[in-house]
Design a protein around this ligand. Structure first.
Ligand code: FRU
Length: 524
């Protein structure tokens, strides 16, 4: 049966066969979430790009649809892009009888041997697309791609963001009819210098906390490949203001969206209901995505994420906004509760939970660090998820301190692929910059301990760790999404996750809450 291979994630979207990369054309239309994606229908490696297509009503259960957009000529590719709803028929592509929220217009890059140009296709039924023949944006540029379009209320026109990939910048165009576009501004000389800037996304996100609580603010995300500090592909973002013509970031600091290696080509849904921001990313890395040991398919999309901008004070004088990333309502797919203990008084600090199910689980714990604790390098709260053979495992955890770190360790998760690939970094870590329950007078910034040091918090500190494990991927969320990490891993010998061990290292931390749930397969 399709979707039954041991490495095949059960709650993440993947194509039945062959190679997938970026999510494309994310748009909500008439109660349906559309997911298009870069797809090679003929081989299990990149090339021959088409737009594959799937739809969902809850962002988890996907129905595969026929290929939506295909190239006309051999050797050409339909590269990444996005879609919008043309409610007022500004393009003139639609009959007045087509319901307003079903007027989907897709923008993509046509890649040929000699050019990258931007094109449009439209659909009234959400399944079949008609191409509008001429290119709508051209530039004498072969590294110019990945259109993201939105309707701008400030200037009452359409805005398109495009990557000038090897000029390390984003260029914005404007149009009133989706066909005639002119350049209005640039965002250039920001970010970590990589080889190529790709997949820009400018979108609005609700703020949680601080002076701008409740407002919508702009986030500009840019995927950069290769060039990530830990190798390969990664996503950077800036929080800022869009004035109708220019994007102005609050500061020039570079923020990354995910601390691990498998989160790229991030894209948000357009026309999401209710002032919310939803997004997804390709959960792999160009350093090794074309050789990972999965067959007959390669690559998955990440969990759908709900985004907010969370306000955190880092000093009494300075507040920062960071993109908080939490999985969209997992209760849509949860099944049996395998373990649950809330505020466990006197219960064991270490727990082993049998993971009975199809290999997809949600593990959530809250750890407590009592006030005035001597922290060591082993003041760690962790989950180790073992394969059925009891030997292979993938591990995640948090190491308390100032700062606190989160890590993912896939070093014991299958060696036949990992040992053969120079890029498949086995351990990754990120900083928890902003601690829950932090108050100004407690803030003690210092180096990590060489032996042990006293955490000078005058109050107990709590930290939460969530891991969603799905056969060959782990997604980790600390403090309800203030830090996220996404890692693929590949157990050898057809093994799937079968047991979780939750531990507290040197016993300085206490395991307060623990809940482990099996997740239902989204595939029939
Ligand atoms: C990003 C990317 C895009 C391009 C697409 C081609 O992963 O390189 O820039 O449009 O993939 O498949």
């Amino acid at each position: 049966a399709p979707y039954s291979e041991p490495v095949r994630p059960q709650i993440h979207f993947s194509p039945t066969v062959n190679f997938m990369n970026d999510p494309n054309g994310l748009v909500y239309s008439n109660g349906t979430w559309h997911l298009f994606y870069q797809y090679n229908p003929t081989q299990n490696v990149a090339g021959n790009q088409h737009w594959g297509h799937a739809i969902s009503t809850d962002l988890y259960h996907w129905e595969n649809l026929p290929i939506a957009i295909a190239p006309e000529k051999e050797g050409e590719g339909i590269f990444s892009g996005n879609a919008v709803i043309d409610f007022e028929n500004t393009s003139g592509f639609f009959n007045e009888s087509t319901p307003k929220d079903q007027r989907i217009v897709a923008f993509y890059t046509l890649n040929t041997a000699t050019s990258q140009t931007q094109h449009v296709a439209y659909s009234s039924d959400g399944v079949t697309f008609t191409k509008y023949a001429p290119a709508v944006v051209e530039r004498n540029q072969t590294q110019f791609r990945d259109p993201k379009v939105f309707w701008d209320n400030k200037s009452s026109r359409w805005i398109m963001a495009l990557a000038l990939s090897q000029e390390f910048g984003i260029v914005f165009y404007a149009s009133s009819n989706m066909k005639d576009w002119s350049e209005v501004s640039r965002f250039q000389s920001y970010g970590i210098l990589g080889y190529q800037y790709e997949c820009p996304d400018l979108f609005q996100v609700p703020v949680e906390g601080g002076p701008d609580d409740g407002k919508m603010m702009y986030v500009l995300a840019i995927s950069i490949n290769p060039g990530a500090p830990i190798g390969g592909s990664f996503v950077q973002y800036w929080v800022g203001d869009w004035d109708g013509t220019n994007f102005t970031p609050r500061d020039q600091a570079v923020r990354t969206m995910d601390f691990s290696k498998d989160f790229y080509a991030f894209s948000s849904w357009s026309n999401s209901p209710g002032n919310k921001a939803y997004a997804i990313a390709w959960a792999n890395n160009w350093e090794y995505s074309q050789v990972v040991p999965t067959s007959p398919f390669r690559s998955i999309q990440s969990l759908p994420r709900e985004l907010t901008l969370k306000y955190y004070r880092t000093t009494p004088q300075f507040g920062d906004l960071i993109l908080n990333n939490r999985p969209v309502n997992l209760s849509a797919i949860s099944s049996k509760t395998l373990y649950s203990k809330k505020s466990a008084q006197g219960s064991k600090n270490n727990q082993t939970v049998a993971l009975n199910g199809k290999g997809a689980f949600d593990i959530q714990a809250t750890f407590k660090l009592p006030a005035n604790t001597n922290i060591t390098y082993n003041t760690i709260g962790s989950f180790e998820i073992f394969a059925g053979d009891g030997k292979q495992s993938v591990k995640t955890g948090i190491q308390m301190g100032e700062p606190t770190f989160a890590f993912i360790d896939r070093r014991k998760a299958g060696s036949s692929f990992a040992d053969s690939n120079p890029f498949f970094t086995d351990k990754t870590s990120g900083i928890i910059r902003y601690q829950a329950n932090y108050t100004d007078d407690q803030y003690v910034l210092g180096p990590l301990p060489t032996s042990a040091y006293l955490d000078q918090s005058k109050q107990d500190r709590y930290i939460s760790l969530q891991a969603v494990v799905d056969r060959s991927v782990i997604e980790v969320f600390v403090n309800d999404g203030e830090l996220a990490g996404t890692s693929v891993f590949y157990f050898d010998n057809d093994q799937i996750p079968a047991k979780a061990q939750v531990s507290v290292g040197d016993n300085k931390l206490e395991l307060v809450d623990l809940e482990v749930k099996a997740l239902q397969s989204i595939w029939k």
